[in-house]
Design a protein around this ligand. Structure first.
Ligand code: PAF
Length: 277
């Protein structure tokens, strides 16, 4: 496995590759990332994982500085998983000058995560377009744990006619249900036990929908009140359409329940698809 830090070196390494799959990451890899790698492997002759903590997608006061950086351990895991190339650029390679051209996603960037993290999806879309231009993959894999990110990037590829197939990967969970995330490492032992409450509340809504309830806003506010009563600070719990994250009506069939809430200093997100057809 080659570990490459510069765009020039990357271009040379990939010059003769015809079928490249890219798994973009911010490092601190867990089993969820390895799942993305496994999904990519049979689809491409050359598997590239990028590791770059993207300052542009973090808001003021967010965890850019303390985001865990574990390059050596990440490379070990990627080598074991059969990755061919790790692209780990530094800030100078990705942002050699202030980034004045950016990608502005559609209205979807302002709802849910976007409403609480203004500019986040502009930062994500901009860096992913840059990574696409640097790596020039035929395929890219994104996890559904970041459901809104996946939809934003799927739309970006479609609307900007990028010749890249986007493949979504299912969320990987710990045995108790907690969605794997690099941010889980911020949780204290007590918070780790409590952290599954977010999953349980979303799953409770999923079951209520399966049983026929369609009073979406009641389900949402009950979950928010219940989480807050347990000591969470909930940003949102929302039932939305899978296709565009707009509010569903009683006839909508492909739904997703999404939630974001802070437990102590850690902000967790999760979601669950619900198919009613
Ligand atoms: O999902 C992530 O880890 C990041 O948002 C991504 C897609 C690598 C862009 O920085």
């Amino acid at each position: 496995m080659d570990v490459i830090h510069s765009v020039a070196e990357l271009r040379t390494r990939l010059a003769d590759e015809r079928q490249v799959a890219l798994v973009p990451t911010m490092g601190n890899l867990h089993d969820g990332h390895i799942e993305l790698i496994q999904l990519a492997k049979p689809r491409a002759a050359c598997l590239v994982a990028s590791i770059f903590v993207n300052r542009l997608q973090f808001g003021p006061g967010e965890d850019f500085n303390r985001y865990p950086r574990t390059l050596a351990a990440d490379c070990e895991r990627l080598a074991q998983a059969g990755c061919n190339v790790v692209f780990a650029p530094d800030e100078q390679q990705v942002y050699p000058e202030p980034q004045e051209f950016t990608v502005d996603p559609s209205d979807i960037q302002h709802v849910l995560e976007g409403a609480f993290r203004p500019g986040h999806f502009r930062g994500v879309a901009t860096v992913v377009l840059k990574l696409f231009n640097m790596v020039q993959p035929q395929i890219a894999i994104f996890g559904k744990k970041d459901y809104q990110q996946y939809l934003v990037l799927r739309e970006m590829v479609k609307q900007l006619a990028l010749p890249i197939e986007i493949i979504p990967a299912e969320t990987v969970r710990a045995p108790d249900g907690l969605a794997l995330s690099s941010r889980n490492s911020y949780l204290s032992a007590r918070e780790r036990i409590e952290s599954i409450a977010l999953f349980h509340h979303l799953d409770g809504i999923r079951r209520a929908l399966m049983e026929g309830r369609r009073d979406f806003s009641v389900l949402e506010s009950e979950a928010v009140a219940s989480l807050n009563a347990r000591g969470w600070e909930t940003d949102y719990v929302a039932v939305r359409r899978q296709s565009d994250l707009r509010e569903p009506d009683v006839h909508s069939r492909a739904l997703v329940v999404l939630g974001a809430a802070r437990l102590g200093k850690t902000r967790l997100i999760d979601n669950m698809e619900v198919d009613l057809s």
